[in-house]
Design a protein around this ligand. Structure first.
Ligand code: CUA
Length: 193
């Protein structure tokens, strides 16, 4: 019995010390993970703050098609009076109007969109153009497409049975080509292709 008793007396405090050290290590690791996650949330929140609709701008869903900036003839890409490129679009179950959008590369492009029925949204390819379209509200954001090319623009808010078939295309063309194709106040389109 004698050799056993001191061994037990020895291991008990030693085991406690190991457990306390392990707890402390784990607490430090969890602390670091928590700080990293909070820092990530703060950084991305501040960095992307310019992307969501920056203010509340309402529009009447019932008169959207008849009057105002979202009448059909006013949709698509246009050069504004101040030489700013503006894309206006409307989402409805289950399509975007217009179906194809032309924008210049390396130029700030302002999107203005809304929905006529339920919540839709879109993302342009792998760019950071990503917005929710809520009926009754105008969503606005400005982005710059770095490279020319064609992107798919799918609806990314579940909006009903036709959701997965709801998408449009975005053609990013060279700024010179865009300028050659547009005249102030006129729409540029790639719909009838
Ligand atoms: Cu529109 Cu999903």
């Amino acid at each position: 019995m004698n050799p056993v008793t001191p061994a037990v007396a020895d291991t008990a405090p030693h085991g406690d010390a190991v457990a306390v050290a392990a707890e402390r290590r784990w607490a430090i690791v969890v602390g670091i993970i928590t700080v990293c996650l909070v820092a990530m949330m703060v950084l991305t929140g501040l960095h992307w703050a310019a992307m969501p609709p920056s203010r509340v701008e309402t529009v009447d869903v019932k008169t959207l098609h008849i009057t105002g900036e979202f009448v059909e003839s006013n949709l698509g890409t246009a050069m504004g009076a101040d030489d700013k490129v503006i894309v206006r679009l409307v989402a409805q179950q289950y399509s975007f109007e217009p179906q194809c959008i032309v924008v210049p590369a390396e130029t700030p492009v302002t999107f203005r969109g809304t929905s006529t029925d339920v919540v839709h949204g879109f993302i342009v390819g792998t760019t950071n153009a990503n917005v929710m379209l809520v009926p009754g509200f105008v969503a606005t954001f400005t982005t710059t497409f770095r490279k020319t090319g064609e992107h798919l623009m799918p609806c990314h808010e579940y909006c009903g049975t036709g959701h997965e078939a709801m998408w449009a295309r975005v053609q990013v063309i060279a700024p010179d080509e865009f300028l050659a194709r547009t005249r102030r106040g006129e729409r540029v389109s790639c719909v009838s292709r």
